[in-house]
Design a protein around this ligand. Structure first.
Ligand SMILES: Nc1ncnc2c1ncn2[C@@H]1O[C@H](COP(=O)(O)OP(=O)(O)O)[C@@H](O)[C@H]1O
Ligand SMILES: [Mg+2]
Length: 191
């Protein structure tokens, strides 16, 4: 996954003041338009009291591309950013484990050598993220949970956990319009 990263992230010292972009791809070279939706997304992320935005729209509408473009345009306001495949509980977990590996935080219980429970993996990620974020004054921690086309418990719980950190912005893409109604802002792509 790391070799597809578009941004400099050599995986070296986590305590150096270096942005971390993990699993983030550039938008397609042919990306055009969407100025209004990019502005709307920026506004929702900067001004909303809610820590999460759901981008909804039919398959192929351009949800994931919009997020990639947003990240590229707003790179200077982000300290840490990673992409999570939200297809299923399995992909969610494996994306988070890969990011945990990138941060060199545990995903396995040292005592019994069993995989940690997902909330514990996320807690470990958040602890390291907070430490690294202390090096950056204003920038945010941006998590993309892509392609959440059905509501499953691990997704809901992980999102709640990530949203508890005051500097997080969670961006979700989904075909479902009312995925987490009331708990996230909604940005609709309809054409
Ligand atoms: N703004 C855009 N300009 C040009 N092509 C786009 C744009 N948005 C999406 N596409 C094209 O449409 C395809 C599907 O977009 P994608 O973001 O993957 O859709 P979704 O995530 O909604 O399923 C992309 O692979 C890309 O080729
Ligand atoms: Mg998509």
């Amino acid at each position: 996954m790391t070799n597809r990263d578009s941004y400099s992230d050599n995986g070296s010292d986590l305590n150096s003041k270096q942005q971390i972009f993990y699993g983030i791809e550039d938008p397609v070279k042919s990306f055009i338009g969407r100025e209004d939706k990019l502005r709307e997304l920026e506004g929702l992320i900067q001004n909303s009291m809610l820590p999460a935005v759901t981008i909804s729209g039919l398959a192929g509408m351009g949800k994931s591309e919009l997020v990639k473009k947003y990240i590229k345009l707003n790179k200077s306001s982000i300290a840490i950013c990673h992409w999570v495949n939200g297809d299923s509980a399995e992909t969610l977990r494996s994306s988070l484990e890969q990011f945990a590996d990138r941060l060199k935080v545990a995903t396995i219980d040292a005592k019994n050598e069993q995989p940690l429970k997902l909330p514990d993996v996320v807690n470990n990620i958040l602890a390291q993220v907070k430490e690294t974020m202390n090096l950056f004054n204003e920038r945010s921690y941006t998590i993309v949970i892509d392609n959440v086309d059905n509501l499953y418990d691990d997704f809901v719980n992980v999102t709640k956990q990530l949203c508890c950190y005051s500097r997080s912005s969670v961006i979700i893409t989904s075909r479902i319009r009312d995925l987490l109604t009331g708990e996230t802002e909604l940005l609709e792509l309809s054409e």
